[in-house]
Design a protein around this ligand. Sequence first.
Ligand SMILES: [Zn+2]
Length: 482
Amino acid sequence: MKRFFIFLITVTIALFAFPFTGCVKDEAIGRSFYDIKAVYDDTAHTLKCSMNVSYVNNSDAILDELCFHLYPNAYRKDAQFKAVEESVREVAYPHGESEGRIDVESVKRNGKDNEWSIEGMDDDILVVALTKEIEPTERVALDIDFTVYIPEVRHRLGWVGDTVNLGNWYPIACVKTQSGFDTSPYYSNGDPFYSDCSDYKLTLTAPSAYTVAMPGKSERRENGVNVTYVSVLENARDYAFVIGKFDTLSTKVNGVDINYYYLKDSDAENTLACAKDAIAFFSDKFGAYPYSTYNVVETQFVYGGMEYPSLVYISDTLNKSMCKEAVIHETAHQWWYGVVGNDQINHAWMDEGLAEYSTTLFYEFNPSYNVTYRQRMADAMSAYIVYCDVTSYDGIMERNIGEFSAFDYTYVTYLKGALMFDAVRKTVGDEAFFRSLKNYKKEYSFKIASVQGLINTFENTTGRQLKNVFDSFLYGEAKIYR
Ligand SMILES: [Zn+2]
């Protein structure tokens, strides 16, 4: 995610930009497959869905139940963990708080009703009992019917006017860890999502007045007053799309189709060019972009932007420089969060710190954008020192996002995270640093990297002991920068 805010202290005004974010081989080895049919009702603002999920047991345990996140329930009025953080509520809800939710209507296995329940800390987990257990590598197919009630809000899931953001909208399998399924709730801080890569096929019917921005390969089929879109996305960590009345521009780089769906951007050609430059640069520095399309969508969104595989949101409220910054940051997330996954609940710095630092790298190697590496890092350091002066936070980066305030979260994961990667680069030198990033991407493509895994990759690549450098940031007090 990309966050922007103004930090005012004494006579210094510091403005810092923070990001917040073919035919499916349905038996692809080791990947679950979500085949979803959905109908959008633009009067009721609902999405009525039938989902067939072919879930594969990638753990080494025998499973007698499956768990799925029901993130739309965080938009309920009585939700304990609210999707929309307090400080942005007034801006996010254009007409006062608006409720959203997901109603699960049935769960079937082999055409017969299967036992299920709604559980979790906040009625946000669908638990499906498996009368016949599944062994490691075994699959189970479930048919889940559900309806998403979309709130009126400028958020990941929400409609405003003719624009509808569909992020984190369907039941998505919880990651199975050594200690069980990760059933973390929807914290209003950060991007509280954590998922394995899967294959997706969405067949969406919507009124023909709309254009739909979808990830992966998609095609549009006219059907009278309605239009049906079919989209396929393989080996992706999530699936989000946006319905709206967009203008579109397209280009291509390194074989990747880049599409820009925009509402009112007066500088759309340059925004598209920025997305193209970012895909080209990050592909060169980190390794090839894996999807056939990259879709940038200007939409109604309370933060700067939001990342999903093959598709990102960019807020329609940004000025030109902020818009470019958001595009670069969210594009970096295609690698850090998307291709290389991490537990964003407990190690949010892994993708946010690296996406923020990657944004600075983009500016360093693309001088026509008129932002220098030296100035950005100097700004980051000054901001961090000011932050240390006015807060009592201990600076520890390694903690659950629910334990941060929104303010601390931003400084510690984005800013201190970026400073950490700058320090590692200075320690090992440019050649070894960039080789480490390439190896990190290669080693963890479509997997979930652990903190130790990231450090190991850097140590193995460089032949240097780096744990102390990382640990001094991850666990060190903020005051080490004084
Ligand atoms: Zn981000």
